[in-house]
Ligand binder design. Sequence first.
Ligand code: NAD
Length: 246
Amino acid sequence: MQEFKDKVVLVTGSSRGIGRSTAIAFAKEGANVIINYKSNDIDASIAYDVVSSYGNKCLCIKADVSNEKAVIGMLDTIIKEYGKIDILVNNAGIALDAEFEDKTTSIWKKTLSTNVLGPFLTSKYIGKIMMEQKYGKIINISSTNGINTTYPYSVDYDASKAALINLTKNLAIQFAPYVNVNSVAPGWVDTPMNAELSKSYLREEKEKILLKRFAEPEEIANVVLFLASDKSKYITSEIITVSGGL
Ligand code: NAD
């Protein structure tokens, strides 16, 4: 029996990394998955091929989550196609690492727009539909950087992830009692987001992790699926850290 059969799931930022693994995990469990991405059409078509290979009704929508019109357009397409939306995973995120002195207004605005405004916009519109349905799950992918692993060169990213944790708690109030809103806070995960960091720095970071390795994206997806499932239906407004003991 597939756990998410006939559920409609939007995973933002699912052309690669954690988002793609999450989209695949939902598709394996019978869900109709909507892949969303910002710009890389090749990554998106690879993700679409894998997700649609499980035989469910899959869509791939290019839309910048920080652009309100694009979010509304994406939602219109989803509702036209499926008539409902059960699960929203706010995964799209960017990290624009730079020396503290080089952090500009433009960098801050880009980071906050994608990592905080984006999840706010998707949740605002989709949460309303979930309330009308009297059913919904929202899972926000924050980070341990929003809790206790802060670094000056990711000052804007760290603030954005702390804001996303706060947003999770406000959304849980706003959409109670029908929508469970929770957050997964990963530590280090092996994805393209970290591909340009130096090998020596990554080695040092691994040493700080009790399990001595980064997470595989699937290990984050597993926790997202748990939070989207009935097994966790009494959990809302929580932040679950998945960091290997960082
Ligand atoms: P990634 O860079 O590999 O993938 C990011 C995805 O987000 C891509 O599909 C990209 O198209 C999409 N995206 C970026 N901006 C977007 C926008 N404005 N609109 C729509 N889509 C957009 O990243 P990842 O490592 O898989 O990270 C996924 C999430 O997990 C992010 O929110 C990230 O902050 C968080 N996270 C990652 C790590 C890690 O170590 N990789 C750790 C903690 C938290």
